[in-house]
Ligand binder design. Sequence first.
Ligand code: PFF
Length: 481
Amino acid sequence: MSTHNVWTHKGTFLLAAVGSAVGLGNLWRFPYLAGENGGGAFILIYGLTIFAVGIPILIAETMLGRASRQSPIMGMRHLTKTHDTSRAWETIGWLGAVSAFLILSFYSVIAGWAIHYTWQMLTGSLAGADAETIGAGFDALLASPGLLTLYHTLFIIASGLIVGLGIHRGIENSLRIMMPALFAILLVVLAYGIANGDFAAAASFLFTFNIADLSLEGWLEAMGQSFFTLSLGMGAIMAYGAYMSGEASLTRTAFAIAVVDTAVAMIAGLAIFSLVFGAGLDAGQGPGLMFVTLPLAFAEMPFGALIGGVFFILVLGAAISSSISLIEPVAAYLVERFDLTRPQAVTLMVVASWTLGLLTVVSFNLWAEGTIFHALFGRSAFGFIELLTNIFMPLGGLMIALFAGWALTHSEVMKEMRTSEGWFATWRFLVRFVAPAAVAFVFLRSIPQIEGYLIPTIGALVIVGAFAAGRTFLADASREQ
Ligand code: PFF
């Protein structure tokens, strides 16, 4: 059992959690969502959610990991026993494990695209290319199941190798080298963007807060993104928290993670939009922003191929430091529960997630339309898996907030949190009321996406879930003294 495994240094949890948080969400998703949703207004909502909802849940999730010192599934089982609460809270662990497995399956495919672009940039294939050529190149990549599978395989094997080597030799050692390198590259790309692009336009785009620009959809996207970017509700932070030093401060660490993660998203946004506007291109290109618009900007600039290549290496590194945090919670569970060796557990998780990832691969080509997923759920297999994670992620966050806020008592929390009564009261107010309200709001986002057979299925689940949750919740909330 890895119950008393602890990171080598007091600060390693921070490093690992930042590694998990900073990823495709910051470099790829945040800029294109901000681009599509009018820039500054989006960022305002995103930032508010990070601080009012993200940080309190981050504290709660880390606390549950550290208090249990086990993988999320076994850890929640342990906590419900020692704290004498309903076993229904174990769902938190299961939901996390399932979400991690689902997310890894498509995260790896998309991260794989960055392998392709690193290669294309460094070999100079895109130098001087025009918009049509670069757009056609991206379409050709997506149309090729073979290439997508190749990159997906390479990426997931690299991630599996790191986790397979263990939390010290694999995860800690690789992060210790990778994270500083990533920050250095980010700053180089920013400097390059300032020198060659239109920094003023980027800054005014990102920091002009005109809240009227934001649609309801934009609000919800911003809040959903703030969960995704902090890796919340998926067991990743809980699994890393299980190895956190007992001396480190929960509150200070959570603040630091959120601040660094937000700073990286902003710097990436400034760098990318400087280049995009500098090249006279459009910010609202959606998911193709990083893979079509940005390569086009690099293609026109001095040393663009080199800096572009380095930029995609940054994307890859950031994605790997996140994907390993998706493998860890499930692998740790398999080791604890079934006595597997770590390499066996990692292999199992990676092979299963890789196989599921093939559905994402074919969603861009062979199965782009006319499949059973389209018939039943009105979307591709990838769209369906993504929708599931969009539901599970806030749900996990909500349950963590409710468990920590209502089921645990003042003294149980204080034992881990060791903070002033004032901070405690603020935190508790946020996890008890603000976070659940915000999550309910994020769920609204999934509703218009629910159609066909999903309506009765989800409807039935919601009714049963609400009933069970209501009973559990009332029983456990009454432990409060
Ligand atoms: N936070 C990561 C990102 O922004 O790319 C994505 C992620 C990693 C989500 C790990 C969830 C997770 F458990």
